[in-house]
Every structure is written in structure tokens, then in C-alpha cells.
Design a binder for this molecule. Structure first.
Ligand code: SF4
Length: 380
């Protein structure tokens, strides 16, 4: 079956290109410490051999940035770099990669008085000078704070779309067109709505799809399928990533899952007959990346799933995040959130901190908080 595709423009990323009816490219991301060039290059190669057309690497500091040169020398894959708050690192890393991803919600943290347009201009200039594409990567867990205030607090989708549209317009104004956009959320229904809204207004801009923090397989794959299948049916999607919480040695399974979803859809095997139900237990966990400081995070995510097996009919969202960089913010929307540091796991109830617990103490504490929450809801 030939997929219906939106008439997006072509964007060159290294030796591949997305958009303009080209096959949808599967992406993945490294979980190794970026500063360890040897291990990271080896994981890049493994992901690439599994079928990833583009591999993303997180860069948080100069040490990571310097390692990129060695990583680039050791592998042939198309590389994209994930910038956090320090957008100026783009100038150091761009020559070693093919695409730069920035998050509009993170451009506020450094040089607060500088207009956002100037920062975007800087990124576009760096990308142009180094033959790089860009991705405007909007994430519901770290959406531009100014956009959040413009909409009803229960509307999680409009601030994302508004931020993506604004940055697309800024890049157009600058004259930089070699970009794609992503609008990610841990809820498939929001991913579907946000991407449909954006594509309706900017059908020519290529979209990278993903359900962020989808969790562990099989649940993470099911949630992702729900979003992708509905979006593919509308002709939306030029690249995809299935974000799964997996140990380092199994990271290639993200790529395999992405390829399977694409193959199934092309063959008419649409499997997500169910819709995402926000009134059931939803465990979201990040796919991990170089920012994880304690490998016990993966096992913790697995154990959280195990101790909540009996609660499938409870409308509770539990978030398990692997680091202190994005963990504190991206657990805000969950009923109960855990984010992992080197020695302690921080437990939150909504936006409020409950406490920090050792890895071997956190599970009973989490379960006690879940039971308390259920009791509070029953008696309120
Ligand atoms: S929450 Fe932290 S460890 Fe997990 S994927 Fe995001 S940045 Fe990486």
C-alpha cells in the first residue's frame, strides 16, 4: 500500500533526506555517556546497522562536545545533536554533525535578556555555516513558559503548537528553511492532536514524530503505534522515533519497533484498534540518554511497573525519569513522579516534592503514596 503523504519540502540531513514523499526515516538516540567516544561511536554504529537513518546524541558540556569529533571519525552514520539550555554549544558541535535539535522551551535559561529571535538567528547561522539541518523540538514537558500562560491551564496542546508555529515563522523570517519540527508528549492523544493542528497550518514543514517517555515495551510500543498509525493515515510524518526505556545493550529494539510499525502500516496491518485511555494507569518513563547518572534507573522503571500491576483501572499517571536535567520539569504533569540522581531518587506528588530516597527504599514509599492518593480520591 502506498502511504498518503503530506506535501512536505525536502530537508537534507547528511546523506539522507526527509520529506517530499521520501521513505519515512527511523531515528534513535544514544544512551552511552557522550564523553566516552569509543562506546558512543559503537552504539551509533549498532543503531545505524539496525536501520536508524539518523542517530541523536545528547551534548551538555564542552567535554561532550569535544568527544563528538572522535565519534564522527569512528562512524559513518548521520548524526544529530540534542542541545539543552546552552544553545551556544551549537557553534562547537555543528561541524561534527548533520542536524541540530533545539527545544524552544530551553532557550530562556541562558542570556535571559537576549531576544529569542537573536538566539534562533545564531543557531540558524551556525547550521548554515556547517551544512546542518535543524529540528525545532517542542516537548509538552518543557514547553515555552510564555506560551503556557496564553492558554487555559487544561489545554496542553495549544501551547506546543503555538510555540512550534512561532519558531517555524522565525526561521522562515531568517531565511533558513532546512528544518523540521516535532511536537512530542507522553500522551498519544496529545501527540496526534498537536501534529494534526500544526500540519494543518504548515503542511509543507516536515514532521518528526514521537511519543516521548512512552515507557517500556510492550506498553511503550502500543502507545507509540496509537499515535503513529493515526498520523500516518493523515499523511503526517517524515521521520519517527519510538522512545523506549531499555538497557543500553537493547537500544536497537527502538529501531526495530519503528521499522515494524512502518512495515505493518504500509501492509495495511493497523493494530492499534484501541484508543489511548487517560482514565487508566499510565506509566511513563524516559528512554534514557547520556544524562543518566545511575544505571539502576532502568531497573527502577521495570519495578515500578511490577508493583502497580494490580492498579490498571486507576486513572493515575506515574512518571519515571532518568536524570536531574529534565527529570524535575518533566514529572510535573504526573500524579506521582520519580526522577533519578546518582544516589537518590526524588519523589514528587504533582509539582510538590515529597522527599529523596535511596534506590533500595523508594518502591515502598512510592506504593504508599499511590495508595494514599487512591484513598484521597475515594473519600473526596
Ligand atoms: S529525562 Fe534525562 S535521562 Fe531521560 S531521556 Fe530525558 S534527558 Fe535523558
Amino acid at each position: 500500500m502506498k502511504l498518503k503523504r503530506n506535501p512536505t519540502r525536502s530537508v537534507q540531513i547528511g546523506n539522507t533526506s526527509i520529506g517530499a514523499g521520501k521513505p519515512i526515516v527511523v531515528q534513535s538516540m544514544c544512551t552511552t555517556h557522550t564523553r566516552n567516544a569509543e562506546e558512543t561511536a559503537s552504539q551509533v554504529t549498532e543503531l545505524s546497522k539496525s536501520g536508524a537513518g539518523i542517530v541523536r546524541i545528547a551534548v551538555d558540556n564542552k567535554r561532550d562536545a569535544q568527544a563528538l569529533e572522535e565519534i564522527r571519525d569512528k562512524c559513518d552514520a548521520n548524526l544529530t545533536v540534542d542541545l539543552q539550555e546552552n544553545y551556544r554549544l551549537a557553534a562547537v558541535v555543528a561541524k561534527h554533525v548533520d542536524k541540530i535539535r533545539y527545544n524552544p522551551g530551553h532557550l530562556y535559561h541562558h542570556e535571559r535578556k537576549k531576544p529569542i529571535l537573536e538566539k534562533v538567528q545564531f543557531l540558524a547561522d551556525v547550521a548554515s555555516e556547517n551544512d546542518c539541518a535543524m529540528r525545532v523540538g517542542v516537548n509538552s514537558g518543557s514547553v515555552d513558559p510564555e506560551k503556557k500562560h496564553l492558554f487555559d491551564e487544561n489545554d496542553a496542546v495549544s501551547p506546543m503548537v503555538s510555540s512550534a508555529l512561532e519558531h517555524a515563522e522565525m526561521l522562515d523570517k531568517i531565511g533558513f528553511y532546512r528544518y523540521c519540527v516535532s511536537l512530542k508528549s507522553s500522551r498519544p492523544d496529545r501527540v496526534i492532536e498537536a501534529n494534526k493542528m500544526f500540519a494543518k497550518q504548515r503542511p509543507e514543514v516536515p514532521l518528526h514524530l514521537g511519543v516521548t517517555e512512552a515507557g517500556m515495551p510492550p506498553d511503550g510500543i502500543i502507545k507509540t503505534r496509537i499515535a503513529f498509525e493515526q498520523l500516518f493515515a493523515e499523511g503526517i510524518g517524515d521521520t519517527i522515533r519510538v522512545s523506549l526505556t531499555l538497557p543500553e545493550a537493547e537500544k536497537y529494539r527502538e529501531v526495530v519497533a519503528g521499522k515494524e510499525i512502518l512495515e505493518d502500516f504500509a501492509a495495511g496491518r493497523v493494530r492499534s484498534v484501541v484508543r489511548f485511555d487517560p482514565d487508566r494507569l499510565n506509566i511513563i518513563s524516559c528512554p534514557s540518554c547520556s544524562r543518566v547518572e545511575n544505571e539502576a534507573f532502568i531497573d527502577l522503571a521495570r519495578q515500578v511497573k511490577a508493583i502497580t500491576e494490580d492498579l490498571q483501572d486507576e486513572a493515575i499517571t506515574i512518571a519515571v525519569m532518568g536524570c536531574r536535567v529534565n527529570g524535575p520539569g518533566e514529572t510535573d504533569d504526573a500524579d506521582l513522579g520519580l526522577w533519578c540522581g546518582p544516589n537518590f531518587v526524588n519523589l514528587k506528588k504533582g509539582e510538590q516534592k515529597v522527599g529523596a530516597y535511596r534506590y533500595n527504599e523508594i518502591l515502598p514509599e512510592l506504593r504508599a503514596q499511590i495508595d494514599k492518593l487512591i484513598e484521597e480520591r475515594r473519600t473526596s
